[in-house]
Design a protein around this ligand. Structure first.
Ligand SMILES: Cc1cc2nc3c(=O)[nH]c(=O)nc-3n(C[C@H](O)[C@H](O)[C@H](O)COP(=O)(O)OP(=O)(O)OC[C@H]3O[C@@H](n4cnc5c(N)ncnc54)[C@H](O)[C@@H]3O)c2cc1C
Length: 436
C-alpha cells in the first residue's frame, strides 16, 4: 500500500515548494512516479504517445505533463495531493470520449482510472471500477439476466457516462445510467476517500449524478442497481432519400406514443458530392421526444431537396420481444405514410443485441477495444478513434415543426457537400453489417 509512498511524495513536493516555489518550476512528475503503486507515464516514455490520446484525434496536440494510472483510491489521493502541492492542473480521465476534451490538459496531470476497471456482480447490483469501458460492463453482465442502462459505444467510459447522466436503449424504461447509481467512492481534492450515497454525503452524491465529470473529485468506483433483461428484438428500416422529411415527421409522432421498453434512432446517410457515403444526423428517442445530432440549419422548406440526398434508416430496439415490435412498426409505417423500401428484424439475447449495436458482435472482448498496451486498451483491439461532434435537444409533443425538419435536412445537405470521404460520425459504424 501507499502510505509510506505518500510520505515520500509529501517530502519531495515540499522540497520543491521550499526551494523554488510551486509556480516557478514545473512539477516533478518523476517523484510522483515513485510515490504511487500504479504507473505514471512521462513525455520521455515510449508509451507517452498512446497515453496522451483521447478518443478524438482532434485533441492529439494536447500534451499533458504526465499521465498517471493509479492502482487504487489511495493512489488517486496521492495524485491529488501532489497536484495541490505542486500547483499542477489535474484532470480525471475515464474512457477519454468527452466531446470537449476536458479529460486532458496541456502540461498538467491526467489521472486515468483505466487500471481500476474491475466489474463484479453483487446480487441484483454491480460494482464497477471507474476505468471500465461499456464493453467491460456488458461482457460481465451478459448471461446474468440483468443490465444497467448505458449508451452503446463500447469504448466509452462508465465514469464520464454516469457522471454526465448517460442515455441508451434502456433509458426510456429504466432511466439514465446515473439514475441507477446507488453509491460511489470518490476522492475529493482534500485527499479524503468518501463513500457517497443517498444516506452518506447525499449532496455530493446528488451532484455527481449529472454534474460529476471532473468537478468534485475523482470517482474510483460505482455501485449500480441492475434491471432484468430478456431477449430483445431489433429492427432496421430504410426509406428512399426522397422520403426523409416524411420519415422524420412520422418518426417523431410515433415516438410520442411508443411504450417505454423501446428505443429508436433515425440516421441520415449523407451522400457526398463524390458519391461516397458518410454518416450524420443520428437522433435517438427519449422519454419526452427525440434528439437530433445534426447542426442547426437555416432555409426552412428545403427539406424535399435535401431529403433526396439523405436516405433515412430507422433503428428500433424493443426490450419486450418481436410481437410488440411488429405492432409498433406497422404504426410507424402508417405515420410515415408508406412502408419502408426494405427492412429486417433480428431477435437476440440482450447481450448480443448490445454487441451487435456496438459493432462488436463478431469481435472478441479483447478486439472490442481501442488498440494499445496501456490500461483500457488491448494489443488485439480493433476499434478506431474518430473526431466526433454532437449536440442534443429535448422536446415534447409532436416533435419538430415542418420548418425545423426542413432546416435539419438542409443542414445535412450542406454537410454532405463538404464532408470528407469515408468520415463517420457514429461510434458503432459497423453496426448495420454486424447486426444482420
Ligand atoms: C462515439 C461516442 C458515442 C457516445 N454515445 C453516447 C451514448 O450513447 N449515450 C450517452 O449518454 N453518451 C454518449 N456519448 C457521450 C459520452 O457518454 C460522454 O462523452 C462521456 O463523458 C464519456 O465518458 P468517458 O469516461 O469516456 O470520457 P472522458 O473524456 O474520460 O471523461 C468525460 C468527463 O468526465 C470526467 N471524468 C472522467 N472520469 C472521471 C472520474 N473517474 N471521476 C470524475 N470525473 C471523471 C473527465 O474529466 C471529463 O470531464 C458518446 C460519446 C462518443 C464520443
Amino acid at each position: 500500500m501507499s502510505l509510506h509512498r505518500r510520505q515520500v511524495l509529501g517530502s519531495a513536493a515540499a522540497a520543491v515548494l521550499a526551494t523554488a516555489g510551486a509556480a516557478a518550476r514545473s512539477p516533478d512528475y518523476g517523484a510522483l512516479a515513485h510515490a504511487i503503486d500504479g504507473r505514471v507515464v512521462l513525455p520521455v516514455d515510449r508509451e507517452y504517445a498512446e497515453a496522451r490520446q483521447l478518443f478524438q484525434p482532434r485533441y492529439d496536440a494536447v500534451a499533458p505533463g504526465a499521465v498517471a494510472y493509479p492502482a487504487h483510491a489511495a493512489d488517486v489521493a496521492v495524485c491529488l495531493d501532489f497536484a495541490r502541492r505542486s500547483a499542477a492542473a489535474v484532470v480525471p480521465r475515464g474512457g477519454g470520449h468527452g466531446y470537449a476534451g476536458w479529460s486532458t490538459c496541456a502540461g498538467g496531470l491526467v489521472v486515468d482510472t483505466g487500471a481500476m476497471a474491475e466489474v463484479s456482480v453483487e446480487g441484483d447490483g454491480v460494482r464497477i471500477g471507474a476505468g471500465a469501458r461499456l464493453a467491460d460492463v456488458h461482457a460481465t453482465l451478459a448471461g446474468r439476466g440483468r443490465s444497467v442502462p448505458t449508451g452503446l459505444c463500447p469504448s466509452v467510459g462508465i465514469a464520464g457516462l454516469t457522471l454526465g447522466g448517460g442515455l441508451g436503449p434502456a433509458s426510456r424504461a429504466y432511466g439514465t445510467t446515473a439514475d441507477q447509481l446507488s453509491s460511489a467512492r470518490v476522492v475529493t481534492p482534500d485527499g479524503r476517500i468518501r463513500e457517497v450515497s443517498a444516506d452518506r454525503d447525499p449532496e455530493l452524491f446528488w451532484a455527481l449524478r449529472g454534474g460529476g465529470g471532473g468537478n468534485f473529485g475523482v470517482v474510483t468506483e460505482f455501485r449500480f442497481r441492475t434491471h432484468p433483461v430478456g431477449d430483445c428484438a431489433f429492427a432496421e428500416l430504410h426509406w428512399p432519400g426522397g422520403d426523409s422529411a416524411d420519415v422524420l415527421r412520422g418518426w417523431q409522432r410515433w415516438l410520442a406514443g411508443l411504450p417505454d421498453p423501446f428505443w429508436s434512432q433515425v440516421e441520415f446517410t449523407v451522400e457526398a458530392d463524390s458519391g461516397s457515403g458518410s454518416r450524420s444526423g443520428a437522433g435517438s428517442g427519449s422519454r419526452s421526444g427525440a434528439g437530433s445530432e445534426s447542426g442547426p440549419g437555416s432555409g426552412a422548406g428545403a427539406g424535399a431537396e435535401a431529403g433526396a440526398t439523405a436516405p433515412p434508416a430507422v433503428r428500433v430496439v424493443c426490450l419486450d420481444g418481436r410481437g410488440e415490435l411488429e405492432r409498433q412498426l406497422t404504426r410507424l409505417s402508417d405515420l410515415v405514410g408508406g412502408p419502408p423500401r426494405d427492412s429486417w428484424i433480428a431477435v437476440r439475447s440482450h447481450a448480443d443485441t448490445v454487441r451487435a449495436l456496438s459493432g462488436c458482435l463478431e469481435l472478441s472482448p479483447a478486439q472490442c477495444r481501442l488498440p494499445g498496451a496501456l490500461p483500457g486498451r488491448d494489443p488485439q483491439g480493433r476499434l478506431g478513434r474518430h473526431s466526433y461532434a454532437a449536440r442534443s435537444d429535448f422536446w415534447a409533443g409532436e416533435g419538430l415543426p415542418d420548418a425545423a425538419i426542413g432546416a435539419v435536412l438542409d443542414a445535412l445537405r450542406r454537410y454532405g457537400s463538404g464532408v470528407p470521404r469515408a468520415a463517420s460520425g457514429w461510434c458503432s459504424s459497423t453496426e448495420s453489417a454486424a447486426a444482420r
